[in-house]
Design a protein around this ligand. Structure first.
Ligand code: SF4
Length: 323
């Protein structure tokens, strides 16, 4: 963390990072390009991840029935009156956005990059859906634009990844990150804290293992049991498998996690808000992400805590990868 950031937030925050690149506020516009998921259609697995829901939480403009250009234009029209000076990134968010032929992917990303006002791409995908050919193509068409690829890693522990029916293992995430980094492309990871069977010790093991990889950005959020998912059934039959995610406990874990995390990794967020009518557990009474960020920032500042405070003496760094 730079001295300047440290004065603002006690973690290496994404807003400051992105502003340092573009000089102004940057808004991601979510795009649904109609890609599906190999963990739903049988090519990598069947039945989906246990927490996956068919409900769409996407904003109104993110709709695969209209073109990528139209989605981006509608998103820009929506956000531009709110903030006078800002730039936009096309965020391919829904499902697995590298799950298609190289030609189809190229056409889709190029359409986004050719949309007026779009300064780059953020592409969310699975670690088992990337290869050198795709990375080379993305790098080529994004020359001089911002580019980041986000992998849904979710856990570093293979028994958890098996249990949640993720369809890939931790080694595949390590390989995907290293391959992406070898192309000089920014690499992000997504993690869920509180997956069934995981203990507090496991969360800190994640922090250590992530810290060793060439990861640029990190998104983490609390596990959420949502209505209609297989996780709902597991939670109702075996609630003892789920870590106590009451807000106070979660905030404590997040602060410890940040202290163990490599200070060079940019933290994009550490909570998520799903629609209230779908949430079974944990019930945080509608607390907003920004409110929780304020609590974490205040607690950390009061305690003299900051991201990476315990990084150099992080015993979890030394743990050999044991599935
Ligand atoms: S990879 Fe994503 S879209 Fe696919 S089943 Fe898992 S959560 Fe759902």
């Amino acid at each position: 963390m730079t001295e300047q950031n440290k004065n603002i937030l006690p973690w290496n925050d994404y807003s400051s990072y992105i502003k340092s690149i573009f000089g102004v506020r940057v808004q991601k516009i979510s795009v649904d390009a109609g890609f599906t998921c190999p963990n739903r259609d049988g090519s990598k697995g069947h039945g989906a991840c246990i927490y996956c829901t068919n409900e769409s939480f996407s904003p109104f403009y993110c709709n695969s029935e209209i073109s990528v250009t139209e989605q981006l234009q509608k998103g820009i029209d929506f956000f531009s009156p709110k903030y006078k000076t800002q730039k936009y990134l096309a965020y391919f968010q829904s499902y697995t956005n590298t799950y298609g032929s190289v030609d189809t992917l190229k056409k889709t990303y190029a359409e986004a990059l050719n949309t007026q006002g779009v300064e780059g791409l953020v592409i969310a995908t699975r670690p088992d859906c990337i290869n050198a050919e795709i990375l080379e193509m993305i790098k080529e068409i994004s020359a001089n634009k911002y580019l980041s690829i986000e992998f849904g890693a979710e856990s570093t522990i293979d028994r958890t990844l098996d249990f949640i029916n993720r369809g890939h293992n931790w080694q595949q995430t390590i390989d995907a990150v290293n391959l992406t980094n070898s192309f000089g492309i920014n690499c992000g990871l997504h993690f869920i804290i509180g997956l069934p069977g995981e203990t507090e010790e496991d969360f800190y093991t994640h922090a250590g293992r992530i810290s060793k990889l060439p990861v640029k950005t990190l998104k983490i959020h609390q596990m959420q049991v949502l209505k209609g998912t297989r996780l709902e059934e597991i939670y109702s039959n075996k609630p003892e498998l789920i870590f106590d995610l009451n807000l106070e406990n979660y905030i404590r874990v997040i602060i410890n996690f940040l202290e163990l995390l490599n200070p060079g990794i940019i933290v994009e967020r550490f909570t998520s808000e799903s629609p209230k009518n779908l949430i079974i557990y944990p019930d945080w009474k509608g607390k907003k992400n920004f409110e929780i960020s304020h609590i974490v920032a205040n607690k950390m500042s009061e305690a003299g805590s900051y991201q990476g405070k315990k990084y150099s003496c992080n015993k979890y760094q030394a743990i050999h990868i044991q599935p």
